[in-house]
Design a protein around this ligand. Structure first.
Ligand SMILES: C[S@@+](CC[C@H](N)C(=O)[O-])C[C@H]1O[C@@H](n2cnc3c(N)ncnc32)[C@H](O)[C@@H]1O
Length: 311
């Protein structure tokens, strides 16, 4: 695996929400929508205490203790959200596979290690430097060192990537130049690219979202597509988050939501940059189609996956 880009390393800690999402996928693997959803790689990226919570959720045994119970409920709720989100995104990617996939805010995304359709695709994992460093450490710990399919990394550790290559590209969307980082990491702006932006938009300000769309659009040629997951405003979901904070905090309280987008606004922003939305679905509808658990219907209903194409 290669690493490049100029990452600012702004002193912030690795993302905890990235770990939570990974725990959600590990908890749901083999338990929910099994005809459509699977993530056997996720569990290997978790540390011991993180796996214990996943095991409790899989066994449906809530632990004693306030913090442990909070972690349990967070993973359980997250599992509900990530199943339809992952299925929708995987399907969108399969239908729009190009030779280049750029994953923005990759966190502990496992697609480069689990989607066989990526065998002919180079993957750029773009993330905040702290989160990316954490992922690379987890990959190295996940399995004994051995040579992977990466172009210029000396020895790759961890699970074998199925993608043609995985190029780690540290970028803080708030301060770094995404285009320059991708140039340095070998991304070809003249060839079609599939862009994936999952679970990141809420953590960015509106200006940061716009700047990121502008930067990716400048490297987007016809035949490219953007798959973006974002949150629409919801009074009920906002009240739920407030209540969780009042009742004892949240495992992700260090990463506040900064922007919510109505579908119309998101479509208008993307259209300004030449990307036409061809689908935009809420996660509740997707969960109901899959028959996956949907107790958290307010969160599910405000979570969306949109696909936009450049023609
Ligand atoms: C909820 S996690 C989602 C991770 C992954 N996309 C997934 O869905 O499993 C949010 C991700 O956004 C990244 N992120 C948040 N703010 C960022 C910023 N300013 N620059 C780069 N990455 C950022 C975090 O590092 C983290 O990996």
């Amino acid at each position: 695996m290669s690493g490049s880009g100029s990452g600012s390393g702004s002193g912030r800690a690795a993302s905890r929400t990235a770990v939570l999402v990974c725990q959600g996928r590990a908890a749901a693997h083999g338990r929910a929508a099994t005809d459509h959803f699977a993530d056997p790689v996720a569990v290997g990226l978790l540390r011991v205490a993180e796996r214990e919570t996943v095991d409790d959720v899989r066994a449906k045994i809530p632990p004693e203790g306030r913090q442990e119970r909070l972690a349990y409920e967070s993973v359980r709720a997250c599992a509900e959200v990530v199943v339809p989100r992952t299925v929708a995104i995987d399907e969108a990617l399969r239908a729009r596979m190009t030779g280049q996939l750029v994953i923005l805010g990759a966190g502990l995304d496992t697609r480069a290690w689990r989607l066989p359709g990526l065998a002919g695709t180079d993957v750029w994992e773009v993330d905040h430097p702290a989160s990316q460093q954490d992922k690379r450490a987890r990959l190295a710990e996940a399995a004994p060192a051995r040579r992977g399919p990466d172009k210029d990394g000396p020895v790759a550790a961890g699970p074998a990537a199925v993608a043609r290559s995985v190029r780690f590209t540290p970028v803080d969307f708030a301060v770094d130049d995404l285009g320059a980082a991708l140039d340095a990491a070998g991304h070809d702006p003249s060839a079609p690219t599939t862009w994936l932006w999952e679970g990141v938009v809420p953590y960015l300000t509106r200006d940061e979202v716009r700047a990121t769309v502008a930067a990716l659009a400048a490297r987007t040629v016809p035949g490219s597509a953007l798959v973006v997951n974002y949150q629409a405003p919801s009074a009920r979901a906002a009240a739920g988050r407030l209540l969780a904070r009042v009742l004892g905090g949240s495992v992700t309280s260090g990463e506040p939501w900064r922007s919510l987008w109505r579908p119309r606004r998101m479509a208008a922003l993307l259209a300004e940059y030449g990307l036409r939305v061809v689908s935009d679905d809420d996660l509740l509808a997707l969960a109901q189609t899959l028959g996956s658990p949907a107790r958290r219907w307010t969160s599910l209903r405000s979570g969306r996956v949109a696909v936009a194409e450049s023609r």
